[in-house]
Design a protein around this ligand. Sequence first.
Ligand SMILES: *Cc1c(COP(=O)(O)O)cnc(C)c1O
Length: 505
Amino acid sequence: MNYISTRGASPSCSSAEAIRRGLAPDGGLYVPESIPVLEPEEIEALARVPFADRVVSILSRFLTDYGQAELRRMAEEAYAEEKFVPSPAPLVPLNIYSDRMYFLELWHGPTAAFKDLALQILPHLMTAAMHKSGTEKEVRILAATSGDTGKAALEGFRDVPGTSVVVFYPAKGVSDAQRLQMVTQEGANCRVVAVEGTFDDTQAGVKEIFSDPEAAEALDRSGVFLSSANSINWGRLAPQIAYYFSAYADLLAAAPKPPLEPMQMGEKVNLVVPTGNFGNILAAWYAMRMGLPVNKLICASNRNKVLADFLRTGTYDRRREFYRTNSPSMDILVSSNLERLLFELGGRDADKVATWMKDLGDKGSYAVDPATFRALSEVFVGGFADEQGTVKTIREVYDRFDHVIDTHTAVGFNVYERYATRTGDTTRTIFVSTASPFKFAGTACDALFGNGYSRGRSEAVLLDELAAESGMEIPAALAGLAEKPVLHVTEIRPVGMKEEALRPF
Ligand SMILES: *Cc1c(COP(=O)(O)O)cnc(C)c1O
């Protein structure tokens, strides 16, 4: 299967080439030429196999220049038992007496956020792509992060031969735990740089470096090739499609005691996705187009609600105040992956997409045509939660269901509750739980022990108290962070990003 650019001005290429490049040369994003569809029996068959096989089943339909055995080896290594404890993507009922609501917990990996699911396998896909292209070059991964991608990319690529990784994060835009996780990163091929500005500034900076011929030339001379670990890379997105199928397969495999009802193949589910760069929910949309029975995709934003407004009005307008919230991984005003969805729903009209993206760049906004807006509205439901609402929801979910959830997952739950009240929808619903609550321990403690509780208490104390209250274990990734030596202290303005990206290791 070949890949084409959403902006139509780059030649099509193989899946390995799309992964190797990350961004298409015309500035667009790669999408598969066609979308494979699974028969109901094929989805049912997934219920009988382990997670790694489910991933292989999905990936092999998209990454056709990788061998089946090759993909299996990669998946088995990426999702090995010692990396994901107890498993990569467990589906957990909110309440054992109900068969209506589930968390899809995607934070049991090495960095305690869902980014691990894709970034544990991406280095395998990337190094194989380099070999397939026949180049001997080193691949340098540039990543802009709103907090979780950075650490997951560093962990994924650390000491992988033939690769290096440079992570840019907004200096004041990540949680304490997220920052500590990154600045204590070990590995001779890892570099972490704080940037004055927002995530949008760092993402724009990275995109600029990608389309800078001078940068490419300079690196080329030193035998380095640039690629991306952000969800603009199809190699990030494809593995994420797999866990939606996995969740559905788990529902099919469950044998609940009456009066709870087992799920029949074909029954539709809602997917609630806390959204920032639109990667995770786009993967859910692809899953739906591939035959996964989906009722609604609920796109939940925090106070940076550019997507909620877009889904309500059809106008995307990034000209607005930017807020630092308690769900920092979603503090984003330019959601890159929306471009792929607009390409698909707008009749795969690359000229149209290129015009919208140009308007976004030049004017800061664009409005989609009525047909595209109608197609969007059929499936997507938007909504947002502010910081107070997020804290309140963490408290409420704890009281009602005895689960402590993180701030991002809480944004999803908050938006869903209002949707369900408004519509009376009782469809089975899967909440994507994107991070461990320990990653945002301050806010979790404020929710559980009272407003302002976290003020003046150290991260280590908050972790301990959260563990004691919730009965959950502190993830290995976060325990002892405060004692680790800080290895990365560089802080720059956005103009300095290119130099940091090019500087030899
Ligand atoms: C990255 C992230 C999100 C947003 O996901 P997108 O794919 O960028 O929409 C939500 N929650 C957490 C915890 C994240 O790390």
